[in-house]
Design a protein around this ligand. Structure first.
Ligand code: ATR
Length: 330
């Protein structure tokens, strides 16, 4: 697939990248280092060049894994990482979001060390810190660009207003937010602001955390260390899941008419929203990675898109529990 530029950064990537979170945390136990490195190398061979991680994922373990995989082939990859959320080093509990320069300085030095590189290509504020004006955080991030430690800046789950205020301080190359057939709330403000400011949208969870692939059934019970439980992912709560699986059937029907996989339909829908949209589906399996890359060959008809467009309003359950919604679109 033709590469797309991340904002006006001069960085061009395959619009289908790889979300690396699940390799270390949240979707079950972490994969072993050898398996993780093998997957990341195979991803490069398959044509993926945009890898998304964060300080948060496995509290450094995910960045370390990418460092192990990429330190000897740095020129082949665009690495995006993020800072902001602070966790208890002992328990992993989420403590705060800290957008201060002091926290950013600590985070970037750790990230560079773990990633075994002298620069990060795309550096995001992972969640907006309501205590620190965005101008202050982005001003500090801009100094990292001047120092050559970072090439381009991004925000994650920011509102239209925050994105514009940030952009007045330094160009924001990317907004990373959840965006999929099931999650379209950013169309109300953040996505138009992305277009207005010349940024890209990096769509995370484009597969609805796996729901849109058709892999889940109504009796799904999350295995240990998988956060797709009713407490942390309302769409997976029992009655919501049942209702949402009925909607997935419609995605599967579209896939069948195209002789495609539902995951490919989900990704083609996201990529069809515009040239400014990139996506980073997450997978720990090479077979799924190949399926996902196959989405680049798929074009949906306007009738199919119209049918899929009706689903988001019917989805049951919010993206996150109420307690975690305050720094979404913030
Ligand atoms: P996130 O951005 O949070 O990683 P996502 O991309 O919407 O979320 O979905 C990731 C989930 O979809 C993972 O559970 C992944 O599981 P594997 O590691 O087993 O692949 C699953 N997934 C990704 N691609 C898939 C595919 N082609 N078929 C089935 N499941 C897939």
């Amino acid at each position: 697939m033709q590469k797309r530029e991340i904002g006006h950064s001069g960085i061009f990537v395959n619009p289908i990248g790889l979300g690396c979170m699940g390799l270390s945390e949240f979707y079950g136990p972490a994969v072993g280092t050898a398996d993780g490195v093998a997957l990341l190398h195979a991803a490069i061979d398959a044509g993926i060049d945009h890898f998304d991680t964060a300080q948060l994922y496995g509290m450094g373990a995910n960045e370390r894994l990418l460092g192990e995989a990429f330190h000897d082939r740095r020129d082949k990859v665009t690495i995006a990482t993020k800072f902001g959320p602070v966790r208890d080093p002992e328990t992993g509990a989420f403590l705060d979001v800290d957008g201060s320069e002091a926290n950013m300085r600590r985070a970037i030095e750790d990230s560079l060390r773990f990633l075994r590189t002298d620069h990060v290509d795309l550096y995001y504020l992972h969640r907006v810190d309501p205590k620190t004006p965005i101008e202050e955080t982005v001003g500090a991030m801009a100094r990292l660009v001047e120092e050559g430690k970072v090439r381009a800046l991004g925000l994650s789950e920011a509102s239209a207003d925050t994105l514009k205020r940030a952009g007045a301080v330094h160009p924001i190359a990317a907004l990373q937010s959840e965006y999929s057939i099931f999650s379209r709330d950013i169309e109300e403000g953040p996505l138009p602001a992305v277009r207005e400011t010349g940024a890209s949208l990096v769509a995370y969870s484009p597969l609805g955390r796996g729901l849109l692939t058709g892999r889940f059934t109504r009796d799904y019970t999350p295995p240990e260390q998988d956060f797709r439980s009713s407490a942390t992912q309302p769409r997976f709560a029992r009655d919501a899941l049942e209702a949402n699986l009925a909607l997935v059937e419609e995605v599967k029907t579209v896939a069948e008419t195209l002789d495609a996989h539902p995951a490919q339909v989900a990704l083609a829908w996201v990529l069809g929203r515009g040239e400014e949209v990139l996506t980073i589906p997450g997978t720990t399996r090479l077979s799924n990675l190949h399926v996902n890359l196959g989405a680049s060959r798929l074009t949906l008809t306007s009738d199919q898109i119209a049918r899929l467009d009706t689903l988001a309003d019917r989805v049951k359950g919010a993206r996150y529990p109420e307690s975690r919604m305050s720094n979404i679109n913030a």
